[in-house]
Design a protein around this ligand. Structure first.
Ligand SMILES: C[S@@+](CC[C@H](N)C(=O)[O-])C[C@H]1O[C@@H](n2cnc3c(N)ncnc32)[C@H](O)[C@@H]1O
Length: 279
């Protein structure tokens, strides 16, 4: 069977399914994502599109902001993600499975496009943003959220290991997706991308996701399952000196006495940046 061609830089297809990661991320970052939504001061009655809605957690948060007279739509390429989103979305929210490049929505029908950790998945983010901007009503805005534009702090007690791990992750991504470090850094260019796409009055605000030991369940689940096991783990072995890999493996193993997430000095920082532009 031939695999469908990825529609995006990071290998997304209609058949790809990483719903488990998205659910864990949204449960962990919910307080800061809600703060970011609150910072937009959405008026009741607005029509909002979550572009690349993933598993749909934000649909309910956006619906809370626009109230019963508002309208919330979610769109995502992946069948599994849209199915998951439909399962959690408020009853009057509409979730469609579609490519952001060809959304079946009328021009000038949306007041806010909300899009988190998605624009850098597109082959041509500026064209994608221009298409989304065409959906906006006069006075409409696009809000792009992106996690980790700053280096994250994972190991407060060991900056060297953190640096080596970040470098190893970059090398892994380069090999897996053939994306150069410059290509990966494109994710940082959100403000520039919005301006290139013709949006105006671009603003940016960064929220810090900060967690200290002892961790809540949602925080431990995300860090262990998505970062330690899902992003790092065995795949980093080829990119780290043996001693450093073994140290990392001990820190990431809940059965080891030195497990990072139960250290009393565990202190974690991750940035979440919201860049907003209008037409
Ligand atoms: C990293 S996830 C972020 C999902 C969600 N916004 C969140 O923050 O949990 C990126 C999402 O974009 C979707 N996606 C990627 N390329 C797409 C495209 N061309 N059109 C629509 N959705 C796309 C993926 O299926 C995935 O659900």
């Amino acid at each position: 069977m031939t695999r469908p061609a990825p529609s995006g830089l990071l290998g997304d297809t209609a058949a790809r399914d990483y719903a488990w990661k998205l659910r864990l991320f949204n449960a962990y970052a919910e307080p800061e994502l809600r703060q970011a939504i609150a910072s937009l001061h959405l008026q009741p009655g607005l029509r909002v599109l979550d572009a690349g809605c993933g598993t749909g957690e934000a649909l309910g948060w956006l619906a809370d902001a626009v109230g019963r007279d508002g309208l919330v739509l979610g769109a995502d390429l992946a069948r599994a993600h849209t199915m998951a989103a439909r399962a959690v979305a408020p009853a009057d929210a509409l979730v469609i499975q579609a490519n952001l490049a060809q959304l079946p929505l009328a021009r000038a029908s949306i007041d806010l496009v909300w899009s988190v950790n998605t624009i850098n998945h597109l082959h041509d983010p500026v064209a994608g943003l221009q298409g989304l901007a065409a959906l906006l009503r006069p006075g409409g805005r696009i809000a792009l959220g992106q996690s980790s534009l700053l280096p994250d702090m994972y190991f407060a007690w060991d900056a060297r290991l953190e640096r080596l791990v970040n470098e190893a992750v970059r090398q892994y991504y380069r090999d897996r997706y053939q994306v150069s470090e410059r290509g990966l850094a494109d994710v940082r260019a959100l403000a520039g991308r919005l301006r290139q796409a013709g949006l105006r009055n671009v603003t940016a605000r960064t929220f810090m996701i900060e967690r200290l030991a002892p961790l809540a369940r949602a925080d431990e689940d995300y860090l262990l399952e998505v970062i330690f096991r899902g992003t790092w783990g065995e795949r980093l072995r080829p990119y780290l000196p043996t001693d450093d890999y073994e140290e990392l493996a001990r820190l990431c193993d809940p059965d080891q006495p030195g497990y990072a997430l139960r250290r009393p000095d565990f202190h974690f920082l991750q940035s979440f940046t919201l860049v907003v532009g209008g037409i």
